[in-house]
Design a protein around this ligand. Sequence first.
Ligand code: HDE
Length: 703
Amino acid sequence: MARQATQDKRTTTKIHDQTLLRGEGGELHQTRAGDTPVLTTAQGAPVADDQNSLKAGTPGPSLIEDFHFREKIFHFDHERIPERVVHARGYGAHGYFETYESLADYTRADIFQRAGEKTPAFVRFSTVAGSEGSADLARDVRGFAVKLYTKEGNWDIVGNNIPVFFVQDAIKFPDVIHSVKPEADRGFPQAQSAHDTFWDFISLTPESMHMIMWVMSDRTIPRSFRFMEGFGVHTFRFLNARDESTFVKFLWKPKLGLQSVVWNEAVKINGADPDFHRRDLWEAVKSGNFPEWELCVQLFDQAFADSFDFDVLDPTKLIPEEILPPRPVGRLVLDRMPDNFFAETEQVAFMTQNVPPGIDFSNDPLLQGRNFSYLDTQLKRLGSPNFTHLPINAPKCPFAHFQQDGHMAMRNPVGRANYQPNSLGEGPREDPAQGARSFREPIEGPKARLRPESFADHYSQARQFFNSQTGPEQKHIAMALTFELSKCENPVIRERMVAHLLNIDEALGATVADRIGLETLPKPADAAVAPRDDLPPSPALSIIQNGPPSFAGRKVGVLVSNGCDGKLLKALQMAIEKEGATVELIAPKVSGVVTADGTQLPAKHMIDGGPSVLFDAVALILSKEGAQMLAKEAAARDFVADAFAHCKFIAYSPEADPLFEKAGLEPDADEGLVPLDGAASIATFVQSCRKLRLWAREAAVKL
Ligand code: HDE
């Protein structure tokens, strides 16, 4: 008994001797010798053994009094929250928004009052249809949601990388989403639009045709989040200090230009690196290559809106940039990755209704519906009306209200009065001068479930989009439609879809009909309003015509072998890095290679793990023996053949010939294959890469 008491005393003393550390989150950590914190329970009790549960005898049974074991398993069992019903797979980053100039004439929003003002921001990019664990390169719309922590509360621009939407009224949103998600009975396909239910719905919904042209374009297989545009989609209103309204559309323009991959590449990337977009953003930000977008606005008044046949409140329409050039008003820089994916990226709650005073809604029926949905969905997902207490969702400006209690209330409000008006002199009060006011728009008309007639033209802008694409882009749209419709088992759906395409572009409809094997062309779908054929092409709608000014931010994969020319490799590497691009080495073994001059170079990938689909351009710096050895390997042959088929620029040392030959290629097939024989040829290669792809090759490749 005496001995037991002594031991207890010693243990207690030991614990009390430990120093206490205040961690970043404010929690207390007891420390062991050195700085390592002692493992504790969530209640703070130090844990002696985290390897074995408490048992009566050996091997058991386990004892229910093992509170550490029970707490650990209990918490683990509850780690997941419901994934977002749409946009489940996403990836976020922190940054800031910098205002270029005062827009006080148009809006009283504080964020737009002072040039140089910096506002903290969090952005989450996403796909729409796939579940949280789906692959990044699914053909899908990308979400582009921006939270700006302004001095007047959070402003969320919850946009997409496409400026229009599938449906005109929010009441149709569950239908379009049900149709694209895995089919109800079988639970597949995952993250795919290429199946019957999606095309069944689409082919019965003519208003979706403009969006469908975008979805079938390469916009839905972006190379990187960094090379995408973002769009607020709806028309919003700016309100100035006199409460005068100006219509506004929001557009994000990436500094590094637009870029997408091709479908055959996307399919392979999904296998080689399902986290391709996540990794790309992580690596760019972590290495200090901070991605940047300009926020642009299209500002217009009612008279301008009335000058169009279409309605600016119809979210299936856009205002061509050539008619109303977007005006840059600030820049968004992403410069910090979240410390913890769950705490920030998973728990962030975007809401279209989060607007500061000076930004107001229009009557777009899609926006109106969204303003209900986003608050509602946060309660389901985050489980408590106190989700605004989470650090990622809390405003960064002072705030004060009488909302209280509920699950997980994180704050400890002081005072007696939790209502207003009160005569105790406590708490905040409304302020008509500072507070948000709505535009005093007179509203008249019957209470009815009506779609405006001004929303009836479903084909003209779809046609304009198609006509604005370059040859290769039009071809990609036709190929995508052919692929998707060929995955539909029901021939009626295929035919119904072709009937719509004939209203958009006859040749497109006929090509797709031919490729899916329709024997006779259907009659074009009945159009509520005859499609216009006089809308001029809008080059702003093409990806290829809005590519980058340089090769900066891109990546070259260099296949190397033992005995390769180290000097040539170094010179190539330097030229690529000078351009602002990066280089990754791929070798037969990941341990790397020894160059002819005896330098040991580590590789980033072994050949099977670094297929050329992961790179924007490739180079082959090989020794003769290396080329002969690699020519026998399927992965090396695919490396070259795929790079060629995907129209990439390929530089090579003369020794690489045997690999070309075995890959079935001529090393001088076109100007996209650049033999390296000195500084001039390296410069030629890097300059060619600025074009990103040699589209002229596509006709020869016939993917
Ligand atoms: Fe969303 N959408 N949406 N959406 N949306 C959601 O909110 C909804 C629409 C968009 O990274 C949900 O927090 C309705 C258009 C993005 O967390 C939900 C309608 C546009 C994100 C919801 C639309 C978007 C969402 C699910 C039809 C582009 C991800 C989880 C009227 C302008 C935000 C959540 C993030 C997420 C509803 C249509 C963009 C259910 C009802 C149009 C980028 O509230």
